[in-house]
Design a protein around this ligand. Structure first.
Ligand code: FAD
Ligand code: SIN
Length: 549
């Protein structure tokens, strides 16, 4: 395999979801930017976002104080209050920038309200006490991604590298050099040409998104392998609160459809969660779990569904919004309505079968509100990062908001450090990637087997309901698999599947270790051996870091 190609940019952004693209737009004012992305430019979690962006746009009915309170409430005594306040208060200006770039959000007029027709039609989701979710029908992510891609394409100093998967970060410590740890670029596999390229730069922003593929059932697309968390971990950046993996309560349950989300906004418009009773009637059950019933925070709803399914032995529960007119449902949820119709479910007539699935990684690469990781020039923005906004359970639709605000702060921080970053630049001296070159017909089956095994035991043992025994079982298995992968990684020709498997395994182990170290139940982390929240653990983060040797 050739490893000789060297490319120099002022700034590198890894990932082309909202976090990566919005950061690239900000950085394009400072110099040349490479956007590296492992599939097509628009393939990302962002593209599938439905509910919208939580933001205080209506100061009469809502307030920053209330948004902060709802975020902190969902986060179960683990959010960082100052970070929450900063992100919430800077939301409107970041969202307005997006609107200025051309993003269109649904207005009340479009929903048939004559009065205040130009005002935004704000949705509601679990844990929110107000309507504050700005949306583009139920395809908010598609709208945002489209606008950001076209804006990036219009900037001469942004270059896209599609089908390029980042393998590892190049840092001072990785190179064995002395001095303050700085990032110098990344090794990247061009998956079409099958060559590893060396990208060098003054700053690297990791915006690789989430890690839903660590679990067997997920709402996330295939790109969500936790690559950024694993790369930063190998670069010795602290990784925070990974035990808090969010399970979305309502993924469509149908043999012909995988990973299709039924937005929480459907509950925001009045849908009620129900299950079948012994007589075969649909009955409500969330009233037994939380005062907000079907609109309770996500951790509580997902756990309640899990409990109901285990007690009844049934395969799914149901979302019932049959009291709404078909015309309203088609207008408010065009994509969801269509998808359900494709498999014979008319939301206005039929209850929708749903189950929980892995959805959002609340923890991640530890950063400040400006995305800075502590390593000179290295930033993490979006779902890959942990700023302290989400705590033990993310409030719905706060992630797009966080990515927008933090992207702006990151670019500002990079701008303020340009002289220092330029001085520590080391492009000429960086060695190219060294890789094994053996191939083996056995390789693919080993990769597939390990991949499936990890996702299955993570679902069974490190999912919604955990116990010490389950976590120990998962730990034993992941140790063996990681040993096997490390051998493959260095002996055999590097492939995208191998890169992703190595990262999935690493993230799985970090989740397991984080879960084992938290001896209580809080937010999304429930361990039946420690069923209570321990007040002395309030605002105490779990931090895992690969030691410098
Ligand atoms: P992504 O949008 O996931 O982008 C990551 C990018 O990194 C991708 O381009 C990927 O290909 C690339 N990448 C990954 N690894 C590598 C690598 N090694 N090398 C190169 N490129 C790489 N949140 C909300 O706030 N509101 C919602 O309504 C909402 N709805 C959602 C619905 C669904 C179905 C899902 C899955 C999530 C939803 N979320 C929602 C969560 C939200 O969409 C994500 O948290 C957010 O979009 C993450 O943005 P990001 O830019 O950080 O990552
Ligand atoms: C949804 O629309 O239910 C997803 C919102 C989110 O994950 O924030």
């Amino acid at each position: 395999m050739s490893t000789k190609e060297l490319l120099n940019f002022d700034h590198i952004v890894i990932g082309s979801g909202l976090a990566g693209l919005f950061t690239a737009i900000q950085l394009s004012k400072l110099g040349s930017v490479a956007v590296i992305t492992k599939r097509g430019i628009d393939e990302s979690n962002t593209r599938y976002a439905q509910g919208g962006i939580a933001c205080v746009m209506d100061k009469k009915e809502d307030s920053f104080k209330q948004h902060v309170k709802d975020t902190m409430g969902a986060g179960d005594h683990l959010c960082k209050a100052e970070i929450v306040r900063t992100i919430v208060e800077n939301g409107p200006s970041a969202v307005n920038e997006l609107i200025h770039l051309g993003a269109h959000f649904t207005t009340r007029g479009e929903m048939g309200h004559k009065q205040d027709g130009k005002d935004y039609d704000l949705g509601r989701e679990g844990g929110h006490t107000r309507r504050r979710v700005l949306h583009a029908g139920d395809i908010t992510g598609e709208e945002v991604e489209k606008i950001l891609i076209s804006t990036c394409r219009s900037k001469q100093n942004i270059t896209f590298f599609e089908n390029h998967i980042a393998i590892d970060l190049i840092t001072t410590s990785r190179l064995g050099w002395l001095g303050e740890d700085s990032v110098h670029g990344a090794y990247v596999l061009d998956t079409h040409k099958n060559i590893v390229k060396t990208f060098t730069s003054m700053s690297v922003t990791v915006a690789t998104g989430g890690a839903g593929k660590v679990y067997l059932y997920t709402s996330n697309p295939d790109i969500a392998c936790g690559d950024g968390v694993a790369m930063c971990y190998r670069a010795h950046v602290p990784i925070e609160n990974m035990e808090f993996f969010q399970f979305h309560p309502t993924i469509l349950y149908h043999p012909k459809v995988t990973s299709f989300l039924i937005s929480e906004a459907v509950r925001g418009e009045g849908a009620i969660l129900k299950r079948l009773d012994a007589k075969g009637d649909l009955v409500e059950f969330m009233d037994r779990y939380h005062e907000m019933k079907s609109l309770a925070p996500r951790d509580i709803v997902a756990r309640a569904i899990d409990n109901e399914l285990k007690r009844s032995g049934q395969n799914c529960v149901f979302l019932d919004i049959r009291h709404k007119k078909e015309d309203f449902l088609r207008r408010r949820f065009p994509n969801i309505f269509e998808k359900c119709m494709e498999v014979g479910i008319n939301m206005a007539v039929d209850p929708i079968p749903v189950v929980p699935a892995a959805h959002y990684c609340c923890g991640g690469v530890k950063t400040g509100v400006n995305g800075f990781t502590g390593i000179n020039g290295l930033y993490a923005v979006g779902e890959v990062a942990s700023t302290g906004l989400h705590g033990a359970n993310r409030l719905a639709s706060n992630s797009l908001l966080e990515a927008l605000v933090v992207a702006k702060f990151a670019a500002k921080d990079i701008k303020s450090k340009m002289r220092k970053l330029s001085d520590s630049r080391a492009s000429g001296k960086i060695p190219t990637w060294r890789s094994g070159n053996a191939t083996n017909s056995d390789e693919q089956v080993v990769i597939t087997h390990n991949w499936e095994e990890i996702r299955k035991f993570m679902w069974d043992y490190v999912g919604i309901f955990r116990t010490n025994k389950r976590l120990e079982r998962a730990k034993n298995r992941i140790k063996n698999i990681r040993r096997e992968i490390e051998k493959y990684y260095w002996d055999f020709l590097i492939t995208p599947d191998l890169v992703e498997l190595r990262n999935i395994a690493s993230v799985a182990e970090i989740i397991i270790d984080s879960a084992m170290s938290r001896k209580e139940s809080r937010g999304l982390h429930f361990n039946a051996d420690y069923p209570q929240r321990e007040p002395e653990m309030d605002f105490v983060d779990t931090v895992i870091q690969q030691p410098y040797s």
